[in-house]
Design a binder for this molecule. Structure first.
Ligand SMILES: *Cc1c(COP(=O)(O)O)cnc(C)c1O
Length: 461
């Protein structure tokens, strides 16, 4: 299998030379919160199969819903036709979404969910007499996907730098990366001073800006960077004040990850667009949705020959199997009171993460709900990062595999983002493995044993 993989597959975000020299881990099956490889070894799925899995693998209700849908039809189109699961899911999404979001446009991945919102907001402005509004404002460190539009509003250099000449210009405001504060202040005494720059740009350029794009509460790919309370609320206040639409990219944060169904809820924010993907099907199938308001929708109404329609659509838009999986996932949320039951797990997670402060190289420990990012640094005092070629984060994640845990780093930030179905005992095991592996890579293997902290709380439990 490994040989065939190396011969035929080009893996995403991967230096293939390194891959070819490696011994790839090949997954054969999954069950609950575990992945099983071709040798039968079991691993805890510590990053929800790249932030998608919600209720565990082979969740009976979702399996059955897909099987039942297969007995009817696997796919038909939303271009000129409709289908039952896409209608039922749209109704369910509107019911749980922040107030005012009443129209659902389907696509099939997170990048396109954002792309759709960018195009809709742009076209909305053009069709409501605001055709000078052609630009967007987004945040430092943002990640919104890999298509050209979503790359243009993104700002992770190693991902987008090569394509810069092809991308459109976007206004950029500082994101509250509090550990390395962009305005060199400290929360809460800063009074969210990072927003000043955002406000300045809006004041000066609101006539040119169609929309603001944000990853609410947690910037994912930037390293699970959590924004302080009040930030999102004020972003919404300022966009409203300056007549700029707000696009909330909840591709990563949606469906319970932050302890709320949607992160926007935590600050009682209703955006003009809500982009959903990753967890929407419980992590089963590629499906995405962009929700918007009646106010946006009505700017696209007119006679056929006015060509005000939204000329956008993907072949698998509203795929019935994906929608059936998504409906089943939402039913599990209700039936098992998932959001309510998360409170205990999140509190436990918080306690477990506190112990990481004992590590010599854990610079910043960030958490929102069941999402955590542990930023490893060479020197905690100066916050000096490790040289990137040491690939400390990568090394840690390779170590955890040996211990039966799959996680994936973002640079030197170790990400823990288990399915919401994770059990308390499993969460403890994840924390213990990650702690041990960080210590092994950053303290033991660099011959600095004398810095080893005393055993911390959870290691005894
Ligand atoms: C993953 C992600 C995307 C892109 O989703 P894809 O399905 O990979 O295209 C967009 N925005 C955010 C916040 C994400 O985490």
């Amino acid at each position: 299998m490994a040989k065939l993989d190396k011969r035929f597959i080009w893996h995403p975000f991967t230096q293939m030379r390194e891959w070819e020299a490696s011994d790839p881990l090949i997954i054969k099956a999954g069950k609950g919160n575990y992945l099983i490889d071709i040798n039968g070894k079991r691993y805890l799925d510590g990053v929800s199969s790249l932030w998608v899995n919600v209720h565990g693998h082979r969740k009976k209700e979702i399996d059955n819903a897909i099987k039942a849908q297969l007995g009817k039809i696997a796919h038909s189109t939303l271009l000129g036709l409709s289908n039952i699961p896409s209608i039922e899911l749209a109704e369910k999404l509107v019911k749980i979404a922040p107030k005012g979001l009443t129209k659902v446009f389907y696509s099939d991945n997170g990048s396109t969910a954002v792309e759709v919102a960018l195009k809709m907001s742009f076209q909305h402005c053009a069709q409501t007499g605001e055709n000078k509004k052609r630009k967007f404002i987004a945040f430092t460190g943002a990640y919104h996907g890999d298509t050209f539009g979503s790359m243009s509003v993104g700002e992770i250099d190693i991902f987008v730098k090569k394509y810069r000449p092809l991308l459109f210009n976007t206004f950029r405001a500082p994101y509250p990366y509090c550990y390395r504060c962009p305005v060199k202040k400290e929360y809460p005494s800063c009074g969210l001073a990072c927003l000043d720059e955002f406000e300045k740009i809006l004041k000066r350029h609101h006539n040119e800006i169609a929309a603001c794009v944000i990853e609410p509460v947690v910037q994912g790919a930037a390293g699970m960077i959590t924004s302080p309370p009040g930030f999102l609320k004020n972003v919404r206040r300022l966009t409203m004040k300056h007549n700029v639409l707000l696009i909330a990219d909840e591709v990563a944060t949606g469906f319970g990850r932050t302890g709320y169904m949607f992160a926007c809820e935590s600050e009682k924010v209703s955006p003009d667009f809500l982009c959903l993907a990753k967890g929407i099907t419980g992590g089963y199938l590629p499906l995405a949705a962009t929700l918007t308001t009646w106010k946006i929708y009505k700017a696209f109404l007119g006679k056929h020959e006015e060509y005000k329609s939204f000329f956008h659509g993907h072949t698998y838009t509203g795929n019935p199997l994906g929608c059936a999986a998504a409906i089943a996932s939402l039913e599990v949320f209700e039936k098992e009171k998932i959001i309510e039951n998360l409170k205990r797990k999140i509190a436990l997670f918080k306690r477990l993460l506190e112990d990481f402060n004992a590590l010599t190289h854990a610079g910043d420990i960030r958490q929102a709900g069941l999402i955590a990012g542990i930023e490893l640094v060479k020197d905690k005092g100066t916050k000096e990062p490790y040289p990137s070629k040491e690939r400390v984060g990568h090394q840690v994640c390779m170590e955890t595999r040996v211990q039966g845990l799959i996680i994936r780093q973002l640079g030197d930030t170790i990400v823990i983002m288990p399915p919401l179905s994770i059990k308390e005992a499993e969460l403890k095991r994840i924390a213990r493995i990650v702690f041990d592996c960080i210590r092994k890579v950053t303290e033991l293997s660099c011959h600095c044993e004398r810095h080893i902290p005393k055993q911390s709380g959870f290691l005894k439990t």
